[in-house]
Design a protein around this ligand. Sequence first.
Ligand code: GAL
Length: 685
Amino acid sequence: MSAADLRPAAATGSPPPSPAVRTALGRLWLGAAWYPEQWPQSRWPKDLALMQAAGINVVRVGEFAWSTLEPHQGDYHFGWLERAIAEAARHHIRVVIGTPTDAPPVWLTSRYPQVLRVHADGRTAQHGNRRQFSYASPLYRKFCRDIVTRLAERFGHNPDVIGWQIDNEYTNESYDAGARREFHRWLQRRFGSLAALNRDWTTAYWSQTYTAWNQIPLNDRPGNPGLMLAHRQFVTATWLGYERNQLQALRAHVAPWQFITTNIGGLGWSAHWNHYTITRPLDIAAWDDYVGEGQLSFYRNGAMSDFVRGWKRQDYWVMEAQPGFVDWAPINNSLVKGAVRAMTWESVGHGADAVLFWQWRAALGGQEQYHGTLVGPDGKPEPLYTEVRRIGREFKRASAVIAGTSPRSQVALLVSYDSRWAIDFQRQTRRYHQLGVLLDYYRPLENLTHSVDIVSARAPLRRYKIVFAPSLNVISRSLARHLRAYVLGGGVLVLGPRSGMKDQYNRLNVEDQPGPLVPALGGRVQQYYALDAPVALEGAVGRGTGRIWAEALTRLAPATRVLLRYGAGNAWLTGEPAAIERRCGRGAIIYLGTILNRRLMHAFVARRLAAAGVRSPFGVLPRGIELMRRIGSGREVVIVINHGSTTRTVRLPYVMHDVLHPGRPVRTLNLRAQGVAVLEHAVQR
Ligand code: GAL
């Protein structure tokens, strides 16, 4: 393998990591969510000793503790938190403080009920759960800023506090009068004039024309596609403002080596707001990685992890991980024995430098009594504790080897929130699931390259030999320029179904699909069809079927080649091109207008990768084996997991060192079900 293949393209010209990023991503962290406010202080040393024995080196505290931190307005009680941090430090455990703003105390909401969140149906949220605040309320933000400032002043230089989590899983938007006014102000800034808004949303349709800003509705119902897209963008902007409010308070007081993040929920794929925008001002990205019901689906979890890594295009934290089972799925079954360990190492393989289990111990009262934990109500280890202790031992061994390495990919999948929203507002067929389509691409890419980036369509793309953009529905002129520049410079862009149908206002592009990229492609979509049955396909790459969605393509330039055609059976499609390609500058654009069956997809992707010169030295692996590569600091770390149910053998292309069993050179690996190997190998710079 040549050094050039492994060179982290990210390193080219990117600034060195900040002290805060070095704190978060300079080693492996294993942790748990710990709620000292729920337990007598006399219990803390026992819990922390058990954590220490399991190899836990970080706890997250405080994120719901407002009523303990400030029991009455202006009456701050931080002594207990200081003592909890000191006690953790005595056990060599560091602390991430969560700001408590996801759970306002009752004195606040009863004295200032105007801060309460209003549901889309007009009901006002009440005290007794969490998330009952309006994210747009300036008064609520003032209270947030006050408590966060106090916490930052007190703990911003505490050597045992390594970082901060703002709030907890930004979730619910509000439809209160203040939020509506804010929406109108935001629209004014965005569109400048009502004339522009009416034009860009085509409000002449059904007499929607607005003559005053305050006529524009704020709700979560289906409506004008332009308004619906603007609402999602407004929700993003409002959460960003909510976050910035606390971020500024923290930045003003905390040491530069303390990192600031937030924990993002929604199983990674939620799309209430734009994750690229929300994570931009943070030091690192963090997410809460739950499986819920069922088994670990390793492609999905791997893809979600790559997607999270793409938010800031750097390694990240798993701030909450599933301790076997949860309490909110239809059936709260447990991950099988060994799967928590496998899932933890899967996260590390995809770029996580920390995994913290939620939670250490369930409060005896409170809403989440049934959730999985590491310690039971009796204060004694649950069965899963032993598995976590094993991870703790392994992290200790592997931490120094993994430090300074990250996944490095030569291929990327491109996503955009505008596109996700635009398609989900008007699915046209209930069978079109964007995550499913993404995974259709991800599976062969992961199998053939063992390292895939999933990044924003607007991310710098030069480092990639080939990028795939399924479902890139919204292609504005500026996005088209960005993509065209990548292709002209030598990149290969593969557009998937539904690409380029809409502009930035969610209007139809007048050029047809793929909109402003039609000239570069030398072709376009002539007509799209939602399918109720698969259609036959054939071409140089093989035969198979297209499912769910089919676009009949037309060539507009002689140099555009047809890669796949629809076969007989569907008269609208018979004989029409299903995939076309055109060389463009030093690169190429390919348009694939349907969703291929698995086999044909594999062949299609394999051929594209080969043509782009992308290959992995690890070849094709046995089914159920996942292999992940982290590269940096002159070494390659390879994590191999057997997600299957029987022992599998993996032959490596070169001898590697077994990090978990030092001193053992490995060339052939026998992995039991749920088995994990962490291997190391020096690479020349
Ligand atoms: C998360 C949340 C935690 C806890 C957990 C239970 O979404 O951030 O506070 O409720 O779910 O699975």
